[in-house]
Design a binder for this molecule. Sequence first.
Ligand SMILES: [Zn+2]
Length: 920
Amino acid sequence: MKNFEQKYGKIWRSQFESDPSAKNKFYLNVAYPYPSGAMHVGHGRTYIVPDVIGRFWRMKGYQVLYPMAFHVTGSPVIGISRRIAAGDEKTIRLYSDLYRVPQETLDTFVEPMSIVRHFSQEYERVMSRCGLSIDWRRRFTTVDPTYSKFIEWQYLHLHDQNRVVRGAHPVKYCMGCDNPVGDHDLLEGEHAEIVKYVLVMFSWNEYAIPCATLRPETSYGVTNLWVNPDVMYQKVRVDGQKWILSPEATEKIRLQDHDVILDGEISGADLVDQTVSNPLSGDIQILPAAFVDPDMATGIVMSVPAHAPFDYIALRDLQQQGKYLDITPVPLITVAGYGRCPAQDAVERSGISNQNDPAMEVLTQEVYNAEHSKGRMLPEFGGKPVKEARVEISELMLERYGSAVMFEFDNRNVVCRCGTRVYVRILQDQWFLKYSDPEWKANVHNDLKSVTLVPPEVRAEFTRTIDWLNDWACTRRVGLGTKVPWDKDWLVEPLSDSTMYMSYYTIAHKIREIAPELLTPDVFEYIFLGKGDPQGIPRETLDDIRQEFLYWYPYDYRFSAKDLISNHLTFQLFHHDALFPPELRPQGMVVFGMGLLEGAKMSSSKGNVILLEDALDEFGADTVRMFLVGSAEPWQDFDWRNELVSSVRKQIERFWNTINEGIQSGDSYDIDAWVLSRMQKHIEMTTDALESFQTRQALQEAYFSIESDLKWYRRRLPEGVRSSAVLNSIASVWVRMLAPFIPYTCEELWTLVGSGEPVGFASWPQPDYALVDTNLELSEELLSRTVEDIESIIRLIQIDTASITLYVAPAWKWDIFRIIASASDRKKVMGEIMKNEEMRNRGKEATDAAKQITNQIHRFPPELVSSIAAGGLDEHAVFIEVQDFLQREFGVSVSVVNAEESSHPKARAALPFKPAIVVQ
Ligand SMILES: [Zn+2]
């Protein structure tokens, strides 16, 4: 089937160019790729699922736009290029072995744009092979001069609105790249949070020894400090004051907007047993502790054994060795559920015997949470709730006791893609997007209400993100991208230049015709907002561009991955809110699950991926599409398993063969009405599923359900007949129903069963309810279930069959079935049945039947139960009608008997819709 890929690939290249028309539009878009490596099958799904949806709406008669562009802003490619130039083996192996970049191309990768050019071409080629119905005229990259003009307009607009402001904020910073970094720039430690500590200052001679804490209120209960005796600490002057810090801490403090001068060193061992003091704790001693990590905060820790389980257990260890026996925990907080010293209480209760026990972390969190949420300071420490005391004491220390603030990651190793460790740095002249602005947040909350979210459960995560988003460092010193128009030392960073490009797609192919220097901000103000009076470009040109924007916008659905909710997907809501009027803001989003490979998380850097192109080579585009769309719903995680993908290829082959056989001419048969009736339901269910983005469910209906019906249909045709007139018309419907999923196969089949136009533009089948015959479907259901039962009995008894007798249930059992099926409370139904005198006379026979029927009803699908109860099925007549078929199927005589007219003991087992079967 691969030759179709070449044949149609060329034709499709321009077939999906989409212009405004009289039709209704459907505009969908995806998060554009960052082309710095080859695509794997996980990327494939990201673009194929939207394509299936786009193809569906196109066939439904909509003008569909599916555009694509390439995101090349930022520093990752610069880092890659630098590593390749420096001969970094790991990077070179990734590009030469996994991505299979030819050596002569790899040689050019010392130039960052060369990486981008190579992979964006590759992406486009591989995406086309996947059969994506993209309008490639609109393709752009985020460093195109025209696109930069669009970004300049946006940022000037935001700057005018006071939404981009300068400030000092802690950011994640890579010294290797000399740049702030976002989560997607990181190799390790994505989602690490910056935590703000208060440094409690303990004085020792002329020095201050700072200890970082999140709980400054516990300073009253400090009984000692911990230092690591094996660490060589540093004497440093911080903003003119003398501090003692671990070497790691000195470097961290230096990046946090302090003036730091190194004065000398002092070993941890020399600090042990020294006395230090603080206004809240008084004089205390420094104790040795090997567990103190010099790379955590300042590298010296204050100990609050009454309220910190780690401190308690460390002190207990020392005292068990007979040391520091004069130190006793000082309680300062009272909290319900714990004794006088909560930490001691918690440790002793849990029976933890040493500080390396992993349960210590959990225990610590429990104590901290309990104290913070419901703890109260003891009367001698003010008696206030801990929540209030924490704020007050923190202010007191910062204002009066020489405390400072220190930022640190929440306990995770954070590493840039360039391999350098990332630190928290305070940037003074950085530009920030003011996502913290309460009014802006409130507006975005309001906008979110009218956005359709698929699946609906993700709404809570959007709400949460809007709430906790803080000001966002939106500029960088180095990298590729657009310069901040009013401060050319800075570039707009990658996430910040990707919030509005969905609107740019609508004009990309037209605005490119205008020289970039003519694209002043007022041009965009006119195109997007209809404001102002720009000069220098003919007005009809601008009006035409604006009309195109207004035709497509707002976009209908944006497809993106789950992990982008916490940044990109929410950012774009903020920016649309700030720039566009309500009627032009996002309408819907579909959020994707992640990809697994044979059960493990896909990761390019770990080599655990299958390249999309390899999959296309091995299985063909349609198989890859059908697998990716059919194995899970879009929002569920999916698992690529080669074995399952192979079986999908066989399914497509069966479909191909069935259509080819079906198009032979043939006659009409009684069973035609049944298969036509069933088809209407499949059309309806497939349509419903695709309208709600359930691509897996849609494929179940459009492929498997139809395939199984056709199998039954053929079985019910007269002996030797393989095709019929109705199969011919079904072929046309079926090919169209699968066209969004497996377009190559269907395009080729459509030349046989279609009406001339490409299948991608053929009309989506509509159900014809006049063809639906519920009773006929019910009798075929009865027949197929009975055939299955007979087959399993024959398998079971393993004797030569001479005859088959079917005993059909008497009318009174049908009465019971109807009563139970319609009962609101099935527990009370027995009483209902026994109100009837006839049933009472039957006694045990009736109660037994009622029990069996109840079981039977539990096993049937609910829709089947209601149609059985509603339809007046004459089972005897149904089986008499198909007697010939049954005799042919089983090669023996088949008789049909009313159970009540027989004395055969088995006859009594007959139930409605489940005849008793006797095989002899
Ligand atoms: Zn870096």
